[in-house]
Design a binder for this molecule. Structure first.
Ligand code: PGA
Length: 251
């Protein structure tokens, strides 16, 4: 079933004391019945947070990345197998910062998605175009190609475990948000593309999140678009008050 999701990506922010302080405020919040909250802290906090979150409904923990291999000589990396072994339910895969800074290709992300699925994790698969592609009006073909190359060969059970996050690169951390109409245009195109690759039912049941400068002040307008099922939030997820407002921005 399609779910409303408010996901917070903390990236590489917050020391232990301030991460705990934010987490305690969030976990004390009442989550609306129709919303799932997902928090993606840095790896070092995952185990503690997932234990604390285990008794709270609709409040789930995500990793920000995983490796494509199960184990091996990969210094500094963390595998899906390890995440599963501490009961992490979600993993962000293919964030544009990882694509850019760690040269993660569509082919590499396909391997990561498969590895995560093999261990029963739900990937939050990120896609999105850079500014020059948007200016050339090639954004839809660019994003649908990312999806085809990384997700196109999944079987129906596998694709049903995926959440897609559309994050136009020009809107991430820039304060510039896609307009609700721009988000809806792309989300509808993504849903149609999933329908053509798989089935209409799978497409209709898929949660598609928007990311890129989502704030308490614009979340409601963006989330009210018919094909936008929530947000993947960076900066505004680092402040308890603003993220709690975002959690409460669904109709
Ligand atoms: P932002 O980041 O909300 O700070 O723009 C979004 C993201 O990178 O997921």
């Amino acid at each position: 079933m399609r779910k409303n999701i408010a996901a917070g990506n903390w990236k590489m922010f917050k020391d232990a004391a301030s991460a705990n302080e934010l987490f305690e405020k969030l976990i004390a919040t009442e989550i609306p019945e129709n919303v799932i909250t997902v928090i993606a802290p840095p790896f070092i906090y995952l185990k503690e947070f997932v234990q604390k979150a285990s008794s709270k409904d609709r409040f789930l923990i995500a990793a920000q990345n995983c490796h494509h291999a199960t184990e091996g000589a990969y210094t500094g990396e963390v595998s899906a197998m390890m995440l599963k072994s501490i009961n992490i339910p979600y993993v962000i895969i293919g964030h544009s910062e990882r694509r850019e800074q760690h040269a993660e290709s569509n082919e590499m992300l396909k391997m990561k998605v498969l590895e995560a699925l093999n261990y029963g994790l739900n990937p939050i698969f990120c896609c999105g175009e850079p500014l020059e592609i948007r200016k050339r009006e090639e954004h839809i073909s660019f994003v649908t190609k990312q999806i085809t190359e990384s997700l196109g060969t999944l079987n129906h059970d596998q694709i049903s475990q995926i959440v897609i996050a559309y994050e136009p690169i020009w809107a991430i951390g820039t304060g510039e948000t896609a307009s609700p109409e721009q988000a809806q245009e792309m989300h509808e195109a993504i849903r149609n593309h999933i329908s053509s690759l798989f089935t209409e039912e799978i497409a209709n049941n898929m949660s598609i999140l928007y990311g890129g400068s989502v704030k308490a002040s614009n979340a409601n307008e963006i989330f009210s678009k018919p094909d936008v099922d929530g947000g993947l939030v960076g900066g505004a997820a680092l402040d308890a008050d603003s993220f709690i407002k975002i959690i409460n921005s669904f109709r």
